[in-house]
Design a protein around this ligand. Structure first.
Ligand SMILES: Cc1cc2nc3c(=O)[nH]c(=O)nc-3n(C[C@H](O)[C@H](O)[C@H](O)COP(=O)(O)OP(=O)(O)OC[C@H]3O[C@@H](n4cnc5c(N)ncnc54)[C@H](O)[C@@H]3O)c2cc1C
Length: 351
């Protein structure tokens, strides 16, 4: 167990994939649950806000930095229970998500293979119900153990209690309440089901009639690389937070209104009857093209939904460009895009 240590004025840009923004006023690397409690007590004694950081792959940090205490979740540990059919893994928050997926696939277990290549740490996955290629962590998540910041006690939430929705959860809606400490996933020894995502189905069909979990992982990684959606030190689009905007979900009437004047509008009907639109399509049809640049920031050359930092830039530049894109989509379609990354150190009205 490493000693609890709070440092001051710690640069956050190198701890995020966008590599933008200023310093944390106070910074702690929490390698166990007790460190998280100590950090909360420290912040409370000084009446400072707390911000939890995982791998920094879904945040945009303000140039002014983040006031208060930034707690970086760095606890490591995996335990495993195998009943012959299913295998339950309990992972601590600081474990790498994609290492877990790679190991599970290596053991031939199914359930998370389509979520291959997503950066970040396990503790962040329930926050926005991480998802890709037709799956989301809500499909395999059994429970979340979190620290309740109010009571300083640990609480366990079932999948239903996490209230997962598209890129959303109870944790995301109550950002100042819980710190995720451990997450349990139930994976299966049975063969993977047919992927639900058309692009993945097509790519897999070219590879194998009966794809294994390893085939699915490799195919997903190939697709993701082609869109700069894996972290690759040699990729000029590497400094991003993945998709910068959520796919908007609108009413059936709203989707019909837009479709009546825009041929080819991609529409995905949701269980509740509403319709998910493709933010990347809306952005491109609003005149924002892949590779477009504004100073040190721009749109990825491989994906219209990813905003990238080309180095030497400021968070404010990225935010300005994001506002420009949002205004273009709003004016063309009457749809308001919502950012996917969490904005740290900004006013609530920043975007
Ligand atoms: C190239 C690229 C591709 C991506 N592709 C996808 C994708 O396909 N699908 C997808 O869903 N996301 C994707 N993302 C976004 C991101 O990787 C995920 O959201 C990931 O789960 C974030 O993990 P993180 O550890 O980096 O979290 P961070 O960015 O550090 O934090 C994100 C949020 O979670 C909170 N948080 C983090 N850890 C905890 C904790 N232990 N307890 C409480 N709150 C916590 C933070 O306060 C913050 O609000 C992508 C990002 C990049 C850069």
């Amino acid at each position: 167990m490493s000693a609890f240590c709070i440092t001051e004025n710690v640069a956050l840009a190198p701890r995020t994939t966008l590599e933008l923004g200023g310093n944390a006023e106070h910074f702690v690397e929490a390698t166990d649950d007790a460190h998280v409690v100590e950090a909360i007590r420290f912040a409370e004694a000084k009446r400072l806000p707390i911000t939890v950081l995982g791998g920094g792959s879904n945040v945009l940090v303000s140039d002014r930095g983040v006031r208060g205490v930034v707690v970086a979740m760095r606890s490591r540990g995996v335990s495993k229970k195998d009943d012959g059919h299913n295998v339950c893994f309990e992972l601590t928050a600081g474990e790498s998500w994609d290492d877990f997926v790679a190991n599970a696939v290596g053991e031939g277990l199914s359930g998370v293979e389509t979520l291959s290549g997503i950066p970040g740490l396990v503790g962040a996955t329930p926050i926005q119900n991480v998802g890709a290629y037709g799956s989301e962590i809500a499909d395999t998540l059994e429970r979340v153990t979190a620290l309740d910041r109010l009571t300083k006690s640990t609480v366990t939430f079932s999948r239903a209690e996490c209230e997962f929705r598209y890129r959303d959860s109870m944790f995301k809606r109550t950002p100042d309440r819980y710190v995720v400490l451990r997450v349990t996933f139930r994976l299966s020894r049975t063969k993977p089901g047919a992927p639900r995502y058309a692009e993945l189905q097509r790519a897999l069909a070219a590879r194998s009639a009966t794809p294994s979990v390893a085939d699915i992982r490799e195919t997903v990684l190939t697709l993701r690389r082609s869109k700069s959606m894996v972290i690759d030190a040699n990729d000029p689009n590497r400094r991003s937070a993945g998709s910068f905007f959520l796919n908007p979900i609108v009413s059936k009437q709203e989707a019909a209104r837009i479709a009546s004047t825009h041929d080819g509008l991609p529409q995905f009907e949701q269980e509740d009857g509403r319709v998910k639109l493709a933010a990347a399509w809306l952005i491109e049809k609003s005149g924002i093209t892949k590779g477009m640049r504004r100073g040190h920031v721009g749109v990825s050359t491989n994906h219209a939904l990813a905003l990238v930092h080309h180095g030497g830039g400021r968070a404010e530049e990225l935010l300005l460009f994001a506002r420009e894109i949002r205004a273009a989509v709003q004016s063309r379609f009457g749809v308001t895009l919502v950012p996917e990354p969490v904005l740290l150190g900004f006013d609530s009205s920043a975007l």
